[in-house]
Every structure is written in structure tokens, then in C-alpha cells.
Design a protein around this ligand. Sequence first.
Ligand SMILES: *Cc1c(COP(=O)(O)O)cnc(C)c1O
Length: 351
Amino acid sequence: MSRYANTLTEAIMPYTPGEQPQDQQYVKLNTNESPFPPSEKAMEYAKENLRSLNLYPDPTAAELRSAVAMSCQSVREEVVLGNGSDELLYFAFKAFGSTRRPIVSADITYGCYPVFAAALGLPYEEVPLDEGFGICVDDYQDRHGVIVIANPNAPTGRALEMKEIDRLIASHPDDVIIVDEAYVDFGGTSVLPLTKKYDNLVVIQTFSKSRSMAGARLGFAVADRRLISDINKVRNSFNPYNINSMTMSLGLGTLKDRNYTYANCRTIEKNRKYTVEALTELGFKVLDSKANFIFATHPEIGGQELYVELKKRGVLVRHFDKERIRDYNRISIGTKEQMDALLEKLREILG
Ligand SMILES: *Cc1c(COP(=O)(O)O)cnc(C)c1O
């Protein structure tokens, strides 16, 4: 840090993304990316549009917003796009958080939430998950602010039912509820329909996981048009061109090729079931996951040690050195071949 950093910069504790080592080929099961390339049709479509890269992209992203809205049974005015959903989380915190309206989220959840709150100078409150690492809506009864729920939650993979989230929103009419649905396409239930019922709900989704576009950076938020207009105000004060034209056409093409996304999600679910069964047989305890990753612990080996042993053998998983979850590793679900490679190394390590 330089002596010129201001107090907000001093307070920032940057998020540590999962490692992306370039030194050797790993079986990469550490950042919840899709193991499948983007849709072939989408890539063709994006290629055709490369010719117009001399022009700035449409700052309103009208066409893509309409397409996203259509896929969510909503309208364009109820949608805003982000350079990844992380950017939208940041914008929403900035739009709705304040010293009197803290960011409220689970003690074990997505690591960007506290980081963004700190960067924005917003107070951050943690609500502990229950014993089984589930979110208990009743624990939020006396909490107020901008309540952020990752559903399914990360890194646990556990999902809340729509009626629980409905109950949470209904009991917090003066708060903003953000539901981060980064992993909802792998077997969870989206609360998008509730955006019609409540004017204080923001649903955020991403093209990074189920739609194979992590490298292209595209996320979207759906909410009552007044909330969207607030987020849009923040976006326009930062970068009206936050979605580049290559990403826009790739996104449009991906939405047109829904069967491809759907088939990939079903494959991931099948591979998840296969992996959970095999891990259980090896003595692991695995949390019930509705995401493209699982959270697992073994009684005979610590989480950190298992992570290290797997890395030595060319398999990357994610370990969080954090109270309550030190004994666990988060394992992304990849292709059947990748999962077999993981299982082979696990058998070797566990003898
Ligand atoms: C991956 C992830 C995101 C962000 O993804 P982007 O690539 O920025 O769209 C948001 N929330 C959770 C819980 C995630 O795991």
C-alpha cells in the first residue's frame, strides 16, 4: 500500500479468486466454471459481429436486455446487465446500502459480499447458518438492511425453497432483498416470479456457470423497474459501456441456443449424483447440493491436507481456511472423465 491510499482503500480486504495456475495442466475443479465450451451457434453469431468492433456497444444493451427479459417472463425495463454478476452485486450494494442499511448475509457464503461492503464503506452483518449449514429464514427476523441470500448458497450448495424466501421478503417490506442465483440452473428453484409480487426483491443471475461464459463476463439483475432504475443510475455513473459487444452477441446467441444450456445442466446434475455416490462410498460426508459443485469432508483427513495432496496429483479443488468449514473442500462438478480422475486420486490418497 502506498502512503496515498485513502481510508476506504485501506479497509479493503480483496477477494481471493480461486487459483488459475498456468504452470501445468490441472484437472480444474476449483472455480465452478462450466467444463463445456460456449454454444457453437453463439460463437458463430459472435464472430459475425466482430466487424462492428470499431463502434461502441449500445450503452443501453437494449437487444440483449429484451432477450434476457423474455427468458425471465419480464420486460426490458425490469432488467439490467453487468460485467459479470459480481459487478451488479457491487452496484446494488452501492445503490441500496447505507450506514443505516447494512449488508446482511450468512456467515458462510460468497466471499465477495463482505469485500464489496468494505470497499463501499458499508457495515456488514453476518447471520450464522444453522448446524447443518442451512439458511434459517427465522434468524433474519430482526435483521434489517440489504439482505443478500445466495440460493443455492456457496460454498455449501444447499438451496432454500421459494416459499421460505417468499416468507423472508414478506416480513421485510422496508428492506431490500437480493437473491443471488448464480447456481440456480443446476436443480434449484428460481424466485424470479416473486419479482412481480414484491417491489423490494432483486434477483441476480450469471452467464458464468450454467451458460459457459465465465470468461466473457455477463450477469443480469431482474427486479421492479424502480429498483432497476436505481441500479442503472449507479451503472451509468461508472461505465455505461460495461457490456462489450462481443459479450453481447455471445450472450444473445447463447439465449437462442437454450437446449444446449439445458442439456449441459442435466449432464452436470448427472455427474454430481455420480460423484456424490462415489465420495460417500469412500467415507466422505457430502452436503446436499443443488449447484455445480459439492462441499465434502472426510473424517480421516483434514481439508487443507486433502487440498494439498490433490494439487500434488494435478487436481485442483477449493479449500477455505475459515472457521466452521476448515475440514471441507469445495469440488466443482466437471465432465465424467474429470470426476473419474478426481476419484482415482482420492482412492490413492486415502489408501
Ligand atoms: C460465481 C458467482 C458469482 C459471480 O459470477 P460472475 O462471474 O461475476 O457472474 C456470483 N455469486 C456467486 C454466489 C457465485 O458463486
